[in-house]
Write a protein that binds this ligand. Structure first.
Ligand code: ATP
Length: 213
């Protein structure tokens, strides 16, 4: 069975933490490709700082040299708040039931998964693959009890991803990159360098459009 990775986020801006997550997922989870899905107005968090058009262009620049990375800009074109459950329904409508869909997230996202809209239903549409993120550790004792139960029930190894289209949680190894978009925005606002935290092409774009000042 083919497995397609999904990487959703605000990408405000996209950085090497996201890119490393993507490339490690391709290799560790034997994915065919990854769809990068920038969110419009995210339903459960603050609005992005840069406009949808700028975030999209930065993402395009960042992934331009990896042919297995593709952008899916559908959410940016919608005026509705973005919820992952709607994204998953849209993708199943487009791609059918047979393909394995693997939502790639960092550990910080797993720890708050129970706050996502219809979060338990998400597993009827996709798997979740979780990478370490510096500063976030999975302490099962501290997890929300419902999330802990779901994690224990659905956690398995990555070979399952190519055998079933949805329904499981796996962990995978990714090089830890202690970068967050919040920190990059804060550096840029203070006129500090963001070099080597984001691709040079993205930094040039930010500078030429005076973003995050
Ligand atoms: P912000 O600081 O604005 O909240 P962010 O850097 O966390 O942004 P998002 O666009 O919110 O980036 O993240 C999208 C996805 O990428 C999330 O699942 C998140 O866990 C994951 N991710 C982001 N940065 C990293 C990183 N450095 N290492 C591992 N995963 C990451």
């Amino acid at each position: 069975m083919k497995a397609l990775g999904l990487l959703g986020g605000t990408f405000d801006p996209v950085h090497f933490g996201h890119l490393r997550l993507g490339i490690d997922a391709l290799e560790e989870l034997s994915l065919e490709s990854i769809r990068w899905i920038p969110s419009g107005a995210p339903g459960h968090r603050h609005s992005p700082v840069a406009s949808a058009a700028h975030r999209l262009e930065m993402l395009r620049l960042a992934i331009a040299d990896e042919p297995r990375f593709h952008v899916d800009a559908a959410e940016l074109e919608s005026s509705e708040p973005t919820y992952t459950i709607n994204t998953f329904k849209r993708l199943r409508g487009e791609l059918g039931k047979e393909i394995s869909l693997v939502m790639l997230i960092g550990m910080d996202s797993l720890l708050t998964l129970h706050t996502w809209r219809e979060w338990q239903k998400l597993f009827d549409f996709a798997h979740f693959a979780v990478a370490e993120r510096p500063g976030c550790t999975l302490n099962e004792a501290e997890l929300d009890p419902n999330l802990k139960a779901l994690y224990q029930e659905r956690h398995t190894d990555s070979t399952t991803l190519c055998k079933t289209p949805h329904g499981h949680v796996v962990r995978f190894n990714s090089v830890p990159v202690a970068v967050a978009a919040t920190d990059i925005r804060s550096r840029l606002a203070k006129n500090q360098s963001a070099r080597y935290l984001i691709p040079a092409t993205v930094l040039r774009y930010i500078e030429s459009h005076a973003l995050y000042r």
